[in-house]
Each structure stands twice: as C-alpha cells, then as structure tokens.
Design a protein. Structure first.
Length: 222
C-alpha cells in the first residue's frame, strides 16, 4: 500500500514538474491607435510591451481607449523548459469577437458630465473608403429591465439610441461600434476612426483623428 501511495505521489510530482516546465510564445500583427501625423511606436514591439497598454489615446477631457477586432496571431509555439519544442500552431488566427464585421471598441472615462455619445456619427476609413456604423452598443452587466447594475446581472452588449449621455464623471463606459465591412488587415497603415462628431462635450475641443499603426507583437506565457 505504501509503495502504491509513493508511486502515485511521484507521478503527481512528475506531472507538476512537466506542467511547470511548459511555456510558450506567440505573436503576430496588431493595430495600435495614435493621434498626430507620425506613428509613435516601433514597428516591432518588445516582448515586455503589452498591447493593452498601447490602446490608450492621450486626449483632453477624458481617458480614452480605442481598439479594433483585427488583432492577428501568426504563430503560437509551446516549449518545454524554454528549450525543447512541444507543439506549434503556425496558422493565421484573428483574435477576439469575430463575425466577419469590423468592430471598434471605445472605452471612455469622462472628466466632466457634458459628454454625449452619438455613435452613428463616427466615421471609419479603410484604404481610402469611409464607412458609417450599422450598430452602436454598450457593454456591461445589465438586469432583466435593461438597467446597468454592479452585480447580479448578465454581462452583455445592449443597443444604444441616437444619443447616449456619459453623465457620470469618473465612470468607465465600454462602447462598441459595428461596421458592415470585412475586418481590415492589421498590417495595414491605412485605417483611421473619426470620433470628432460622435463623442462631444461642448466645453471641450473636438477629438483629433485617430489613426492606427501596424506593429508586430510578441508575448510569452506559461
């Protein structure tokens, strides 16, 4: 009996050691937002740089994050003790919410109560062609009556009307614009979103044009 228990314990330790020794790295292309005429980031990001940290756009009057659903993973390799290859996936895979349409995710934390979101006024430009949204949504936890709640609701997207007041300064609003256009390639430098008429506070200057810079990303994981 003792030998059996000892054998099982050794087996469990071996599995744990193997799991601890397994790691991986993956990477691909992503679109990073910026304002101004010059892309601010290197074309290939260091592994220590998280894409999430680059989604924030510096503008007055709010904290603003913008991203696209076009992040592309071009490889994903697992290794044992960071040396011996275990498996690999060289396929091109779009990461995120995919149904063939382009989504622009807009995270807003206003500093004043005057901001109004008129999502249908946004303009997405891809390769010189301009598109208007077909749907405007907010993500959050909602109860059965459609009210946003702190707990006890269901996490989901809800459709917004022509105008949505961002009336609570310091509150983070997770907004989404859906465009009936194929997802643009993350390698493209010809993508921009104009929110100057879609997200306004009369007391603040209009938002500048937001362009997207193609960058190569790489990250390790365990």
């Amino acid at each position: 009996m003792r030998r059996r228990v000892a054998a099982l314990a050794c087996a469990a330790l071996a599995v744990a050691a193997l799991a601890a020794g397994c790691a991986g790295y993956r990477g691909g292309w992503a679109s990073v937002p910026y304002t101004g005429d010059r892309p601010p980031h290197p074309t290939e990001l260091p592994e220590s740089v998280r894409l999430f940290d680059l989604e924030e756009v510096k503008v007055p009057g709010m904290r603003l994050r913008v991203s696209l659903n076009n992040r592309l993973r071009t490889y994903d390799y697992q290794v044992w003790f960071a040396v011996v290859p275990v498996s690999g996936d060289p396929r091109d895979v779009l990461v995120g919410d995919q149904d063939g349409r382009t989504r622009v995710y807009v995270g807003v934390t206003p500093q004043s109560a005057g901001y109004v979101f008129r999502g249908k006024a946004a303009k997405l430009e891809v390769d010189g062609r301009i598109y208007a949204p077909v749907a405007v949504r907010r993500f959050g936890q909602f109860d059965a009556a459609g009210n946003i709640v702190a707990r006890g609701g269901k996490w989901q997207y809800v459709e917004l009307g022509p105008e949505f007041a961002l009336s609570q300064p310091g509150t983070s609003y997770a907004l989404s614009l859906v465009f009936d256009v194929p997802v643009p390639k993350a390698e493209s430098a010809k993508i921009s979103i104009d929110l100057s008429e879609a997200l306004r506070d009369p007391s603040q200057p209009a938002l500048p044009l937001i362009r997207f810079q193609p960058v190569r990303w790489r990250e390790g994981y365990t």
